[in-house]
Design a protein around this ligand. Sequence first.
Ligand code: FAD
Length: 553
Amino acid sequence: MAAMSHHDSARKQLKPRSWGGRDDVVIVGGGLAGLFCALKLSPSPATIVTAAPIGQGASTAWAQGGIAAAVSEGDTPEAHARDTVAAGAGLVDEGVALAMAREAPARVADLLAYGVPFDKDLAGHLVVSREAAHSARRIVRVKGDMAGGAIMAALVAAVRATQSIRVLEGGLIEEIAMQDGRVRGIRARLSHAGVDRLVTLPARAVVLATGGVGHLYAVTTNPPEASGQGLAVAARAGAVLADTEFVQYHPTAIAIGRDPAPLATEALRGEGAILVNRAGERFMPRLHADAELAPRDVVARGVFAEIAAGRGAFLDARAALGTAFAERFPTVHAACMSAGIDPARELIPVAPAAHYHMGGVAVDARGRTSLSGLWAAGEVACTGAHGANRLASNSLLEAVVFAARIAEDIAALPPVPAAAGDATPPSVDVALPGPRAHDGDLRKLMSANVGVIRDAAGLTHALREIARIEREATAPALRHKATAALLIAAAAWRRRESRGAHERADHRQTDPAQAQRTFITLAEARAIADDVSARPDARARAEAVTAHAGGRR
Ligand SMILES: Cc1cc2nc3c(=O)[nH]c(=O)nc-3n(C[C@H](O)[C@H](O)[C@H](O)COP(=O)(O)OP(=O)(O)OC[C@H]3O[C@@H](n4cnc5c(N)ncnc54)[C@H](O)[C@@H]3O)c2cc1C
C-alpha cells in the first residue's frame, strides 16, 4: 500500500537535512489535514507549526461520526458523489465531489496503514454505518463514536516516529511572508518559557491546515483554536476565498453554558428522541415531513426559532431511550449529568452551534490557492466539495484527499529560485497580547447577526461593528478573528437568497439565478463593509420608526 511504503521509508530514513532552510515545507496546523500532509510528504522534510500540542486543539480529535467512503458491497463512488451534490444545494463542484469519492477507499487504506483501528467484522472487512442523507451504509468508524480521537492518536504516533517531520507546538501563524509576488514562508509567534517571539520560518511551500471558524460564534462545538486565523492570514496576503457565507450549525448542542458546547449527537434523534419546547410541544413535524430527522439546517432553524420566540428547545429522550441512555450514549450522558441533568428522566436543553465551515481559502484540484507557494487543506480550504451544505462525514474525507494531493504536488515541484535580496527578517521578542484577547463581543455579534438566520439589517450592523473591531484591535489574534468574521458577513450580505446553510429572513426563497459559488477577497469584503457603513443605519432607522410609532400610540 502506498501509505505503508511512505511511512516505512520515513521510519528508515536518516535524519533530514538541517531544519528551517528556504527549501522547507511549512505546514500550519496539526489536525488531520496537517498531519496527513506531513506524513505523505515524508521522507521529504516538513515543519508542522501548530497552536496547540498535536492531538489537542483540533476539531479532528472530537469527530464522533467517521469518514465517508464507498467501501461496502453495492455502494459506488458515483452514488457517494450524487449524495454529496444533493446535500450541497446546487453549489457543489461535481467533478471535485466525484474525484473525492473515488479516492476515498485509498485514503481510508492509508489511514489503516498509519494504524487507525477502524471497526472491522470477523472476516476483516470494514464495518460501515449509515448517516443522514447518505443513500448507502458508508461511514467508517472506530468503536461507535470514537473515530476522531482514534485517528488523531494513530497519526500523532506516526508523526512522532517520523524523523523527517519537525513539530513546533505553541506556534501561532501571524502572517504569510511574501516576496516578489510569491509566498516565501510565514511569520509565527512562538511561545517559549513565558516569552513570545515573532520568528520567520522560510519555506518553499506553505500549507495552511488551521481548521474552522466555530469560535467566531458565541455557541460552537469547535475547540478555541478554530477561530478563522488561517482564513485571515491568507486573505491579508491577498488570497481569494470562496463560499465563506456558508457555515453549518449543529442543531443540538447541549445548552448548559459550556464553551465549547458538548454535542447531543444526531444519532439520538435517529433512535427516536424528539424535540419539544418548554410547553412540551413537538415543533419539527409542522416544519418538515421528516420532523426531527429533517436535514441538519432545517432542524437548526427550527430549534433557533423556538429559542428566539422564547419557548426554548429541548431534546426528549425519555421514551426513546430512558434508562438505556447511559449505556448507549455514554459521552452525551456524562455531559448532561455533569450539569445536573439526568437525560433518562429529564429534558436536555439544546441550541444550534456553529459546527463546520463549508467556505474557506479557494483551492484548485491540487490544493493550490490563488497565491503562488500557498496551499490549503482541510476545513480552512474551500475545494467546492461541500457547496452550500456539507454531507455528514465528508469533511474528514476531504481533509485526507486534498492533503495527499498537496503532498504529491509539492513533491513534484522544481526548486524555487531565491528572491532578489532574499533576507530573512530577524526574530523579535513581542509583548503584544496573544491569543487570549477578549473576543466575547465579536462572538455575540456573529451569533446574533451572522448566525442561523440572517437579514440585511443585522448583517449591516454586524459589518460595521466587525470593521470597527478589526480597525481598533491591538491584539493580532483579535484582529485576525475580526478579519475572518468580516469575510463571512460580507459574503452573507451579498447573497440575497436562502440556500443550504445560508438562510436570509428577508430573502426566504432559493433563487436559481444565484446558483453560483461566491469568491471574495479581503479588499472586496472591506469595500462591502465601507459601502454599508456609508449608508444610513438600517437597524437604527427601523428602531427609530418603531419608537416613533410607539410614541404616537
Ligand atoms: C464535535 C465535532 C464532531 C465532528 N464530527 C465529524 C465526523 O464525524 N465526520 C467528519 O467528517 N467531520 C466531523 N467534524 C468536522 C471535522 O472534524 C473537521 O472538519 C476536521 O477535523 C477538520 O480537520 P482540519 O485538519 O482541517 O482541522 P483541525 O482538526 O481543527 O486542526 C486544525 C489545527 O490548526 C491549528 N491552528 C489553528 N489556528 C492556528 C494558528 N493561527 N496557528 C497555528 N496553528 C493553528 C490547531 O491547533 C489544530 O492543530 C466534526 C467536528 C466537530 C467539532
